[in-house]
Design a protein around this ligand. Structure first.
Ligand code: SF4
Length: 120
């Protein structure tokens, strides 16, 4: 038996609606509705191992201004709550530079959490 999943490609503003057909083993059988190859790649990724960029705001020890941070690359969507949990334990103080690694290898993904702005 097969199952259809309709997703919206987020790789560009066109936002193609893509219909993905999966088999019982959750393998992609067909992809329709994408208007470029990036959509097909995204559909495979989204239906097998969905990834997300994660953004957050964390407190800074010696500053009243919190720090906005993000994953340097997308990480598996299923890890969002664990990433937030690890971020809660981060202790950081100013000065902080743009792109500074705040938390390396979050959740053993090989991806760092980095500062999205400097803070003095
Ligand atoms: S399939 Fe291609 S054209 Fe359509 S939204 Fe995705 S990237 Fe854009």
């Amino acid at each position: 038996m097969s199952m259809e999943q309709v997703i919206t490609c987020i790789n560009c503003p066109v936002g193609c609606r893509i219909t993905v057909t999966l088999n019982d083993a959750n393998e992609v059988i067909s992809v329709k509705g994408n208007t470029c190859p990036r959509g097909e790649k995204y559909a495979h990724q989204e239906c097998t191992l969905p990834l997300r960029m994660i953004t957050a705001v964390i407190p800074v020890e010696n500053s009243a201004i919190p720090l906005s941070v993000k994953t340097a690359e997308p990480v598996p969507k299923r890890l969002i709550s664990q990433v937030m949990e690890e971020l809660r334990a981060v202790q950081i103080s100013v000065p902080i530079s743009l792109g500074q690694v705040v938390l390396p290898n979050v959740c053993d993904t090989g991806v760092n959490i980095v500062a999205t702005r400097p803070l003095q």
